[in-house]
Design a protein around this ligand. Structure first.
Ligand SMILES: C[S@@+](CC[C@H](N)C(=O)[O-])C[C@H]1O[C@@H](n2cnc3c(N)ncnc32)[C@H](O)[C@@H]1O
Length: 219
């Protein structure tokens, strides 16, 4: 057992408190987001119903831990690919004032994202309702993607948003190392592997830099 694994809702809340010192208003926003997510999950399939009892570990802390790998403040754009119900994007947007672009192709999911952003007054959140392939290129300070696409496809699709200072935060479950090993070496060197705090078998690929199309295939 990893000693820092968050194994209960209470442990998750204590860790969130210690790590991000959320204001009372931010705690209210997190609680409200959880309530809205549970309610909306009865209308559309956003998260596995089996994960609702462990929501604070499986979804809230699991999303928030990404922010602990990029604590930069300021106005650098954070782009969350395939945001679904806002995981990790909306959790990060509650805990940080960084401008956040949520990219999600499905209209009903975007309706939910817009409803949460309006209800929680998250003015720094922008929602791109489109396939990523059709979203206008903008330099991203941070790119996150949870359960979005296989690593090589994810990097191919999002390379044009990256710059030398882009931080990549890619939770990849138990296949992180395997997926990384399949990349061209130049891309592999940009990443290291971090252990997830929410699942002993899951890892997060943390990277830095620009993915250049010309690196593809170079070994
Ligand atoms: C498995 S879900 C994961 C959602 C969320 N990140 C999470 O961890 O719960 C993948 C999401 O990516 C969206 N998606 C898939 N391909 C996409 C694309 N090319 N552009 C934008 N969104 C896409 C899907 O609609 C879906 O909501």
């Amino acid at each position: 057992m990893i000693d820092y694994l968050l194994d209960s809702g209470e442990a998750a809340r204590i860790w969130l408190g210690k790590t991000f010192a959320p204001s009372p208003g931010q705690w209210v926003q997190l609680e409200r987001f959880v309530d809205m997510l549970v309610a909306e999950n009865a209308e559309q399939n956003l998260i596995a119903a089996s994960t609702i009892p462990t929501m604070w570990v499986r979804h809230i802390a699991d999303s928030a831990q990404l922010l602990s790998f990029d604590t930069r403040s300021g106005d650098g754009l954070w782009v969350d690919l395939g945001s679904g119900p806002g995981l990790p994007g909306l959790v990060v947007a509650i805990l940080s004032s960084r401008p956040m672009l949520l990219v999600e192709s499905r209209k009903r999911r975007c309706d939910f994202l817009r409803a949460v952003a309006a209800e929680l007054d998250l003015a720094h959140v922008e929602i791109a309702e489109a396939p990523l392939e059709r979203v206008a290129t903008r330099p991203a300070a941070t790119i996150s993607a949870r359960a979005f696409a296989p690593l090589d496809k994810l990097l191919d699709l999002s390379a044009r948003f990256s710059t030398e200072s882009t931080r990549w935060l890619l939770p990849k479950g138990r296949n992180a190392v395997k997926e990384l090993a399949l990349l061209p070496e130049a891309w592999q060197r940009m990443f290291h592997v971090e252990q997830s705090r929410t699942d002993a078998d899951s890892q997060i690929l943390v990277g830095q830099g620009r993915i250049a199309a010309k690196q593809r295939g170079k070994r």
